[in-house]
Design a protein around this ligand. Structure first.
Ligand code: EPZ
Length: 421
């Protein structure tokens, strides 16, 4: 087991390159199951969720090579359509193999994903969409068993613009017979990139980037290469790191339009942000941060994946604010840990009331999930004294070598072995 030891209070400076988007790559990788060939995905982050997806695809017969942020997936000999519990329980995104396997091979047996640190993560929208496309679905011993000779295009409306359900349905519909219209589809950048990737394989999709996606099924798809977008949540996390440590830093990040909501909230709190030719600069040195309310929303709203980091930042702002999560109503496991560092936060249903403090004091804290662990690192970097962040395997799921990036900016953070759990 590993933990971070952080000596807080250091001002940061310099420039770091943001890695490829984890949540985009987690959709692009299973999309290659729709063809039978050699596919290359560049700018793929070397994080544990990607290695888990790689292992799952290899379990299905995919041959893969992954080095220097480039993954090659040979889907010529997929010979197994069962995604086992042992792998799926590690990562909910494993559900993304359901649509492609069902559509390409007519059969998929995928373990139901478990819950996660902040509660149940339903997949009803995924299952209902597959049924509407004509699949026979049985739920047996914790597995979804889906069968279909040939999926048939239809109209599908999502009551909730689910990212995962939109991705699964897009992939399933691309090889269906006839046309599928998805209304109230998710429009996250990861979905737009998935549409572009499917198009490059030969899929016919209209309305890309909108909530209404029309997919004309084709008989087969070809292998294709793609350069993955950069990670908007890592970018937002690094910008918040600069703000909480009152630092001026730069991030090499080419998709500024994906982080407008985050940047605007940071400007509202008193930071200055400049976007110039793939370099985003944040000026937070000597800024007295103001408390700013945030309510998370689907894209292009403020992302739920930045909610924990925002609460950490507001713990050191001037005033009181309310941070509400409308996507995951109980995604607040980081709050008690932030309070161990001296933060003054009160939970009220799916909102956190954050009363800014003059300072936080270092302490030993425990990560509970990916973004919660990021919020604890942010707070530790700003707290006086030494903090220890335990269970950083959560962080390694979604941030590539985060401590090396932070060290290059001048942070005093070390990854050490520990027998503490
Ligand atoms: C994706 O998860 C991301 N993961 C999550 O990021 C992110 O928090 C989430 O989208 C919201 O933006 C990946 O892309 C791999 P949803 P996903 O389906 O697809 C409800 C991270 O930190 N819902 O858009 O699972 C659900 O309960 C991770 O990187 C149903 O009710 O999210 C939630 O309230 C965490 N039924 C809402 O929709 C369903 O069948 C949004 O979920 C599916 C979802």
């Amino acid at each position: 087991m590993e933990k971070f030891i952080i000596h807080g209070g250091r001002e940061l400076s310099g420039k770091v390159k943001i890695s490829g988007a984890k949540n985009s790559a987690l959709a692009l990788m299973p999309a290659t199951l729709l063809n039978s060939g050699i596919n290359k995905i560049l700018n793929t982050p070397e994080v544990n969720d990607i290695f888990t997806m790689k292992k799952l695809l290899e379990q299905l017969g995919v041959v893969s090579e992954f080095s220097n942020n480039e993954i090659v997936l040979d889907t010529s000999n997929v010979n197994n359509q069962v995604a086992p519990y042992e792998l799926v329980k590690k990562m909910r995104a494993s559900i993304y193999v359901l649509g492609p396997l069902l559509s390409k091979y007519g059969y998929a047996k995928v373990s139901m994903p478990g819950g996660c640190a902040w509660g149940p993560r339903p997949i009803n929208l995924h299952i209902e969409a597959m049924k509407k496309l004509g699949a026979e679905i049985e739920l047996e011993e914790g597995y979804i068993i889906a069968k279909s000779k040939k999926l048939t295009g239809t109209k599908i409306h999502f009551d909730v613009p689910s990212v995962g359900a939109t991705g699964n349905t897009l992939m399933a519909a691309s090889l269906a017979k006839g046309t599928t219209l998805i209304t109230n589809a998710a429009i996250e950048p990861e979905i737009t990139q998935l549409c572009e990737y499917l198009e490059s394989m030969g899929a016919k999709i209209h309305g890309i980037g909108t909530n209404n996606l029309e997919i004309e099924g084709v008989d087969e798809l070809n292998s294709a290469d793609i350069v993955n977008i950069s990670d908007r949540i890592e970018a937002g996390t690094l910008l918040c790191t600069a703000a909480i440590t009152k630092s001026n830093i730069q991030i090499e990040y080419p998709n500024y339009d994906h982080i407008e909501a985050i940047a605007t909230k940071l400007e509202d709190s008193g930071c200055k942000i400049l976007n110039n030719n793939n370099i985003v600069s944040i000026f937070a040195k000597d800024v007295l941060l103001k408390s700013v309310d945030v309510t998370t929303a689907v894209y292009p709203g403020f992302p739920t994946d930045m909610q924990a980091q925002w609460i950490a930042l507001m713990s050191l702002a001037e005033g009181t604010c309310t941070v509400t999560d409308t996507i995951y109503l109980d995604r607040f496991a980081h709050v008690p840990e932030l309070c161990r560092l001296g933060a003054d936060i009160e939970l009220k249903n799916n909102s956190a009331v954050v009363r800014g403090k003059k300072f936080l004091k270092g302490a030993k804290v425990m990560s509970t999930d990916l973004r919660a662990s990021a919020s604890l690192v942010l707070a530790g970097l700003a707290a006086e004294g030494t903090s220890e962040v335990l269970r950083i395997y959560h962080l390694d799921r979604g941030y590539q070598k985060i401590e090396e990036k932070l060290k290059s900016l001048g942070a005093d953070i070390e990854r050490v072995q520990t027998d503490e759990f």
